[in-house]
Design a protein around this ligand. Sequence first.
Ligand code: HEC
Length: 116
Amino acid sequence: MTLRTVAATALTLLAFSGAAVAQNAPAQPAPAALPAMAAAAPAVLANSCNSCHGVDGKGLANSKVPAINGRPAAELVTVLKAFKADQVTVTIMNRLAKGYTDAEIDLIAAHFAAIR
Ligand code: HEC
């Protein structure tokens, strides 16, 4: 095997493994599916809030956890970012708010603000 053959074989193998990797890559969603996913995202993000704040953030019977639906989005954003930055210290929300990016907080706030 000449040096040139070795190099050619290596290149062929590389090209081949590259193709295999490409084939094993997870299927990309069709572009048409993306708007639907984006629309669902705020509701999905908000699901974790519902366990304490009730379905749709409307509060739970016999719970002291406040309802958070129907409040102005800007107000919810301000409160959540204050929790996140420890500007207001409460029992649980400081830790929870840190789990969301500011962009996610904006989406979650708009989601609950729109629920009457
Ligand atoms: C483990 C229970 C729990 C979860 C989950 C939870 N919260 Fe809270 N939330 C509370 C409690 C309790 C309070 C009262 C403040 C405190 O003690 O932390 C509160 C307070 C709030 C307040 C302030 C309401 C007011 O009138 O002062 C907002 C806004 C809020 N939560 C939004 C959210 C959002 C949005 C989520 C989801 C990302 C969420 N919470 C998830 C328990 C929870």
